[in-house]
Design a protein around this ligand. Structure first.
Ligand code: DGJ
Length: 744
């Protein structure tokens, strides 16, 4: 049984790992263990460890599964409430538990029920175990268990105010310092890896922007402190207890990693706290900032899920597990196992100045390259000539498309491609008919300015009429036109998050109700139009998370398409998210953003390490470039199943020096593809042999590689490829090579 109990302790065992919690004699639910699976039950620790320090209470230091604020507890809580009588002290104790062999997702599931000792507050802790992946999804359901008030006296007598309600608290083995790996960034520079040594105190990763954000991503990984390269642990002083570090630093393919991610696309928060007692905990959930949920009698609130896992196989194993989890359990099932089409998007070619004739001509060129999906981006609707007007007016612009979209769509279909269209449903330009009709539909605070960003305001998706409007226009668009793909964009974050029409006690729920509204609309559209493929975009990678990936088949990674910058952005992305979801266009050279020049092949190779797209102006390409691109698209189609579905090995990080190498291997190791990138050849150093991973040592592989790139034979054993490696010829600046390996 993957989940079982010995009466006191609850064991959740995956193939390799175990997670153990216990009900103590004082009825607190204590976290006991999270690490490698052990042979005997007696191997796991027992409950009722009571650390004792002056100025503390032993109960206040117990690592709890779901700490609530109350008593002598000073570390970050999951739950902070105010009861109707003003009491703000919460005491949650164990009530009962249930083990379900198969829940609605077909997985083993543990429910722990907690109840407040004096008030009608109940909390259900849910644990869904993915045994084969060694992952646990956790969420909480908090309810006001008082009987609903029959008289309905205003305003909600007996409401419990939830001031903080996280999804989970993950406790790490105590007594040792950790390094936190996380993703930081900004527009044009998303998902940059950071390794921070943790000392006493909190490191808060968060978005207060209403959306996931480019600036931080709701994902974390914790490893032994020595992983923070270049940090002298002894010199770091107080971060280190007075004994040697427990465990070795973690690398790409070896060492322990505790990791997790939150399935939420609104404001979120991850608090990583190291206490003065060398305890480390990670709490994740909806951001409590400016958020209060008012739960009337009989009402409940379900948090988003937070998934977490443990591996001893380093960051590479962590990523492969997360990728597999996304393909098997997160992505919309309809398309999860289908390869993603090669797309062409005309945004950088024509920007807002789209018209029927010019898009038809681009489509013909794209089709010649082997493109499978042609996407018209911003500019096709309303009075949209630039970003100052038109958002919200979702009718086809009659000057640009006098015959509607039909003839273009038919043309694209006749060329053998799918047709895709860009929308930005959550936004409105003040210069639009929609805003003139419904100025009250946007987030705003009466009497305050409505701050614009990219000349637009945010529609309040917490309002039912706004959701209905979006549902209606998109449903109509998809019903009246044969559209195969929607790119759903979001180009600003929240300001003045007011909801004046809502009763005061619910107004601060807007942060949550907006996201729930977004999910509701998206889910309904998917149900009504099941064949459509969906891409999430937010000015690049501003909305990449496990919540949106339940609705979107893929996401736009970054507006920055410079291939060298992309190596870093894509590396960070791949730590947490599957390459299949990572849309990568190659665009023109020199790049519009930094004027860096690079070859067509290099740009292609970088984009081929995810879901390939082309975003260049094909009108500027020479016949020779078109021919080269056609061949590269064909090469991508031959290896994309490996990139999109295979196991990723990050052989050499672009951060490590002048080389980067990525390898993708299929499940039975019969096929692999290797990409090697040289940033710059320095001081005539020869490029070292690239050692592969994940192959079958006993098998012989034949190699397909461009002429003149390989030193040595085109036929090698898996053992030789992994022990000695491949000697490749790379020269100059921004050179690249792709090798396709097939077992004989
Ligand atoms: C931002 C997106 O990231 C771009 O790809 C493009 O769709 C523009 N918006 C259009 O306004």
């Amino acid at each position: 049984m993957p989940i079982r109990s010995d009466g006191k302790r609850y064991f959740l065992e995956g193939n390799q790992t175990a997670y153990v919690l216990a009900v103590r004699d004082d009825k607190l639910v204590e976290h006991l263990y999270w690490g490698p699976k052990l042979p005997l039950d007696t191997d796991y620790p027992e409950a009722d460890r009571n650390p004792s320090f002056a100025f503390e209470n032993p109960q206040g230091l117990v690592p709890l599964e779901y700490p609530a604020w109350g008593g002598l507890r000073f570390s970050e809580p999951c739950l902070k409430v105010e009861f109707p009588d003003g009491c703000r002290d919460t005491r949650l104790v164990f009530e009962d538990a249930a083990i379900l062999p198969h829940d609605e997702a077909g997985q083993p599931h543990l429910v722990i029920r907690l109840v407040d000792t004096a008030y009608p507050l109940r909390v259900e802790l849910h644990y869904r175990l993915y045994e084969a992946l060694d992952l646990i999804e956790r969420w909480a359901i908090v309810s006001n268990a008082a009987a609903a008030d029959p008289g309905g006296m205003a305003p909600e007598p007996g409401a419990i105010r939830l001031e903080q309600v996280f999804s989970a608290c993950w406790n790490l083995p105590a007594g040792t310092p950790y390094c936190l790996t996380h993703l930081a960034g900004r527009w044009g520079g998303e998902t940059q890896l950071r390794h921070d040594l943790l000392s006493e105190g909190k490191k808060v990763l968060e978005s207060r922007r209403g959306a996931t954000s480019h600036q931080a991503n709701p994902w974390f990984a914790l490893t032994p402190a020595g992983t923070a390269v270049g940090v002298d642990l002894a010199a770091a002083g107080t971060a280190v207890p007075p004994w040697p570090e427990l465990g070795r630093p973690t690398g790409e393919e070896d060492g322990p990693v505790w990791f997790g991610a939150l399935a939420w696309s609104g404001s979120w928060k991850i608090v990583v706290e190291a206490t003065p007692y060398a305890q480390t905990q990670v709490l994740a959930g909806i951001n409590d900032f400016d958020t209060v949920i008012s739960l009337g009698p009989g009402e409940k609130f379900t948090t988003p899920a937070c998934v977490a896992g443990y591996t001893e196989g380093g960051f590479g194993s962590m990523s492969r597990t997360l990728h597999r989890y996304q393909l098997q359990h997160v992505l919309p099932p309809a398309g999860a196992r289908q390869v993603r089409p090669v797309l062409y998007n005309s945004w950088e070619a024509t920007y807002f100045a789209v018209n029927e004739q010019q898009q038809m001509e681009l489509a013909e060129k794209a089709a010649r390259l082997g493109v499978e999906l042609f996407v018209v981006d911003d500019g096709w609707f309303g009075r949209r000539q630039n970003d100052r007007a038109g958002l919200g007016d979702w009718y086809v612009n009659p000057e640009k498309f006098p015959r509607g979209l039909g003839p273009l769509i038919d043309h694209v279909h006749r060329l053998g491609m799918l047709f895709g269209l860009w929308v930005e449903p959550e936004m409105v330009n003040p210069d639009s008919d929609l805003y003139r009709r419904h100025p009250d539909w946007v987030l705003h605070v009466p009497g305050r300015p409505r701050t614009e960003s990219r000349h637009q305001l945010v529609l309040n998706l917490a309002r039912s009429e706004v959701r209905q409007f979006i549902l209606d226009f998109l449903d109509r668009l998809l019903s009246e036109n044969s559209i195969d793909f929607i790119k759903w964009d979001m180009n600003r974050h929240f300001s003045e998050p007011g909801w004046p029409d809502e009763p005061r006690e619910h107004q601060r729920e807007i942060w949550i109700r907006y996201v729930e509204g977004l999910y509701q609309v998206w889910d309904e559209l998917r149900a009504r139009h099941p064949k459509v493929l969906w891409e999430s975009c937010s000015g690049g990678g501003g909305r990449v998370d496990l919540g949106i990936l339940r609705r979107a088949d893929q996401v736009w990674t970054s507006d920055n398409t410079d291939p060298f910058d992309r190596l870093f952005i894509q590396e960070g992305y791949s730590y947490a998210y599957s390459p299949k979801t990572m849309v990568c266009w190659l665009t023109d050279s020199p790049h519009w953003g930094n004027q860096r020049a690079s070859s067509l092949r290099y740009r292609f190779h970088v984009a081929m390490t995810g879901t390939l797209g082309i975003g260049a102006n094909l009108n500027h390409w020479s016949p020779a470039e078109m021919e080269e691109a056609r061949a590269l698209v064909a090469q991508y189609k031959a290896i994309r199943h490996l990139v999109q579905e295979g196991n990723l090995y990050r052989l050499i990080s672009p951060r490590a020096g002048e080389l980067a190498a990525l390898e993708y291997v299929n499940e039975d190791a019969s096929e692999a593809v290797l990409f090697v990138f040289l940033h710059s050849r320095k001081r005539l150093w020869p490029v070292p042999p690239i050692r592969l991973r994940g192959l079958s040592p006993e098998r012989v592989y034949s190699l397909a590689v461009e002429e003149g790139r390989l030193h040595g034979p085109r036929r090698l054993s898996g053992r030789a490829l992994m022990a000695w490696g491949l000697s490749l010829n790379l020269q100059g600046d921004f050179d690249s090579v792709m090798v396709h390996l097939k077992a004989e």
